[in-house]
Design a binder for this molecule. Structure first.
Ligand code: 4GY
Length: 251
């Protein structure tokens, strides 16, 4: 799949394309990625991409013409692309959306700056508005990188260890189990013994229990909306009984 980023700061992506998962995906030809300067589509001699807001007020607004020209050019070069505007007004990004986007042909990510983008761009040239969370950035670039990072690692073959992305947090609406590596004792804290046992079934059971309990303690909201499997339900019931017992003997 491909990612075309439209931005007035394409240099922000130079390091991003050249490290980690994104770089690996590019090298393995799983993704094509480029950052295009919206300023290259500005017609006036100052190459302005912003202008004063109608109605007055402080700050500037992203001019529609250069942005429209940049979007149309990108869409012409990359047919099948969906255009995405990065904005706090969009649908809040999550793992399910990452999976949906990963199955598309490609994305044209529009990164705004200043106080905002001329509304008429949104109406005619944008397929989706996506937010990475309820806070305000100074531009859409970091948000675009978040989307590209999360989507890239879901593309088959991009990660290396094929199924790794499927196992981690949120792919089944549970948080990841705890992780340990050497040494066996670090600053007085030991690695849970079962992980050293080589007993694969017991290790899988321990990991599921770790996942379920961490989700219960750290993100109970995720359990509310999840269809629990039978083993997951059994773990929760076991702990519910355990906790009830503890509270009862305390009285
Ligand atoms: N939050 N999620 C976000 C953002 C900055 C003014 C439009 C966000 O995605 N993007 O805060 N973007 C604004 C800045 C122009 C983008």
């Amino acid at each position: 799949m491909f990612f075309t980023v439209l931005t007035i700061f394409p240099e922000m992506f130079d390091l991003f394309w050249n490290h980690g998962i994104v770089r690996r995906a590019i090298e393995h030809k799983k993704i094509l990625a480029s950052a295009v300067n919206i300023r290259d589509y500005a017609a006036d001699r100052h190459q302005a991409t912003d202008d004063r807001p109608y109605g007055g007020g402080s700050g500037m607004v992203m001019k529609p013409e250069p942005l429209a020209a940049a979007i149309r050019d990108a869409a012409r070069m990359r047919s099948g692309a969906k255009t995405v505007l990065m904005t706090p007004q969009g649908r809040v990004f999550n793992q399910k959306m990452a999976r949906e986007l990963a199955s598309s042909d490609g994305l044209i990510l529009v990164c705004g700056r200043y106080e905002g983008v001329d509304e008429r761009i949104c109406h005619d040239l944008i397929d989706y508005e996506i937010s990475i969370g309820d806070y305000v950035l100074t531009g859409g670039e970091l948000a675009g990188m978040v989307i590209i990072d999360a989507v890239s690692r879901l593309i088959p073959g991009a990660l290396g260890g094929e199924d790794a992305a499927e196992k981690d947090s949120f792919s089944d609406d549970l948080l990841e189990h705890a992780h340990y590596t050497r040494p066996v004792i670090f600053e007085g804290q030991e690695v849970p013994e079962v992980l050293l046992s080589g007993h694969h079934q017991q290790i899988d059971d321990w990991r599921l229990e770790s996942s379920v309990m961490r989700t219960l303690l750290k993100r109970p909201d995720l359990l509310q909306k999840k269809d629990l499997t039978r083993p997951e339900r059994e773990i929760l019931e076991k702990w519910r009984r355990e906790i009830e017992y503890i509270l009862q003997v305390q009285k």
